[in-house]
Design a protein around this ligand. Structure first.
Ligand code: PMP
Length: 367
């Protein structure tokens, strides 16, 4: 064999463009532990029924059900979906990544709005595709800008609805308009990680589109309102061809037994979901009002349908100073300079007491 110039494995060029995902922090710069309002977790924790089911889960020496059958049946019953049209994942992250891997590759474009979930850029690059950001409209997804950015190379479009990190929400008519404007060979991924926080009856129409068309995948997660982020469980639904593609490339035992058991029990405890949604709405309203009261200091809370608020700092108080002041009060929130938001903080809605403390720290800074 001829001598090779570089005798070590060579990272693919497209992987070099990926920045390691930086999760929400739970400690100050000096290592002091902080209360975490930086990862959009549920401040009410987890349904006690889900905790009990998780604790009672089977022998950890045994592999789990590779097809998450009971969980898909329970999801199907709750949402009126044929379980054959559902796939479960190691968090919805796995499914978001697999969607790009299955339907895009080198030379293809993967499109998403500016200021959306960081994993879309990673998913696009992971498969050798090119990430394309469409312009936003005041920090929200803009359907016209997305449609204008579609080219003959576009293969996948991601939409987080509600969106992380801005909290913006595209109503049903707009999602339908986006879908109608896309070529039918472009996959629309409607990432509904925060859908359960919407007002009861509010629905962006993604599930209906996924039921009716071959090119719509809806993803959801147990990490947010269901309070099971540590178990890593997500699910997706769409046409059989989409589910088949994701099943071919997902991890064979991608959801743990304890996760499957916990998730089934969590679905059965819709009272916990309702309480979490109500809690979020009430505490979020009060927190947004407290931020609005600081409006003359340049603080602006973007409209949000999630369990978090993106606060913009456009005056004398900088996001860095606010981050430090909030850390001083004992809380970690999310600063996202790497996502083009150097003057913003994403603050997860915690308990009423926690949010009062964060608002007080910001108020103090503005005095
Ligand atoms: N989509 C969005 C919009 C998110 O904010 C998150 C969590 N940060 C996810 C998907 C992934 O969540 P998980 O992998 O825990 O299901």
């Amino acid at each position: 064999m001829s001598e090779r110039p570089e005798m070590k494995p060579q990272m693919k060029e497209w992987i070099k463009g990926i920045h390691v995902y930086v999760p929400g922090k739970s400690a100050a710069a000096d290592g002091t532990p902080l209360v975490k309002l930086s990862a959009n977790e549920n401040p009410l924790g987890t349904s006690p029924q889900a905790l009990a089911a998780r604790a009672a889960a089977a022998d950890p020496a045994a592999y789990p059900d590779p097809d998450s059958t009971a969980l898909r049946v329970a999801l199907g019953e709750l949402h009126g979906i044929d379980p054959a049209r559902i796939v479960c994942g190691t968090g919805s992250d796995e499914l978001l990544n697999l969607a790009a891997q299955a339907f895009a590759g080198p030379g293809d474009e993967v499109l998403f709005p500016r200021y959306s979930f960081a994993v879309y850029d990673i998913a696009a690059r992971r498969c050798g595709g090119t990430p394309i950001e469409a312009a936003d409209c005041d920090f929200a997804a803009d359907v016209d800008a997305l449609l204008a950015a579609v080219t003959e190379r576009t293969r996948v479009v991601y939409l987080a609805n509600p969106n992380n990190p801005t909290g913006s929400y595209l109503p049903r008519g707009e999602v339908e308009r986006l879908h109608a404007g896309l070529p039918k060979d472009v996959l629309l991924v409607d990432d509904q990680a925060y859908a359960e926080y919407l007002a009861p009856g509010e629905d962006d129409g993604g599930l209906a589109l996924a039921a009716a068309y071959d090119n719509v995948l809806v993803t959801r997660t147990f990490s947010k309102i269901y309070g099971l982020a540590g178990e890593r469980i997500g699910w997706g639904t769409g046409a059989p061809g989409l589910i088949d593609a994701l099943n071919r490339i997902r991890g064979p035992f991608n959801v743990t037994e304890s996760g499957q058991k916990a998730a089934v029990a969590a679905l059965a405890d819709q009272d916990f979901v309702t309480a979490s949604r109500e809690h979020n709405r009430t505490v979020r309203e009060a927190f947004v009002a407290a931020i609005e009261a600081l409006g003359n200091h340049g603080l602006r809370a973007l409209p949000t349908e999630g369990n978090f608020v993106l606060v913009l700092f456009n005056g004398e108080v900088t996001a860095e100073a606010a981050l430090a002041a909030i850390a001083g009060a004992g809380y970690a929130v999310r600063h996202l300079p790497g996502q083009g938001l150097p003057q913003a903080l994403r603050i997860t809605i915690g308990t009423a007491e926690q949010m009062d403390a964060v608002a007080a720290a910001l108020g103090e800074l503005c005095r």
